[in-house]
Design a protein around this ligand. Sequence first.
Ligand SMILES: [Zn+2]
Length: 182
Amino acid sequence: MGSPQGTVYLLHFDRPYEHARHYTGWTTDLDSRLAEHATGRGARLLEVVSAAGIGWELARTWPGTRARERQLKRQGGASRHCPMCGVKPRNGGLSVQVQAVNRQAQRKYAEFIGALDFVREVLTEAGKLVKKHNGKPGDAAWSIPDRDELEAAHKKAVDDLQALRSSAKKYEKELVSRTWRV
Ligand SMILES: [Zn+2]
């Protein structure tokens, strides 16, 4: 007597309820089942999770029968299967402190990139001024750099900024690939 084909689904909680971080279920109609869970119905654990004000997300699904659901539940360690817990061997999820540091680092980095953009804008404006400079040294009593000198200085500043920006981008890629773990 086989059971019908359906979907095994894994819900990941925004924060743990006691020791529970996940709910594994099985259904033949995922959409209506999730809608039911969204109102806190359909499973005792989700009732209490909902009452505690904890949200959840559909983390992943497997096609299969109830037997597949039982098998996955028996294996335990739902976080090992959970993409939202990352691919970490034990107790999924970064520590709260690490997450806070990462958020801080991301925000600082965004500010840094914003500052680079600002400097680039200023340099662009400076570049326009350099082009307007008529290049007649000696008119004034003091010496002023001629246009070639100004242009060379401006170009060097732009190049330096570009180099800084691309190394920052490289660093960003590296950070992101490590999920901002520092
Ligand atoms: Zn998870």
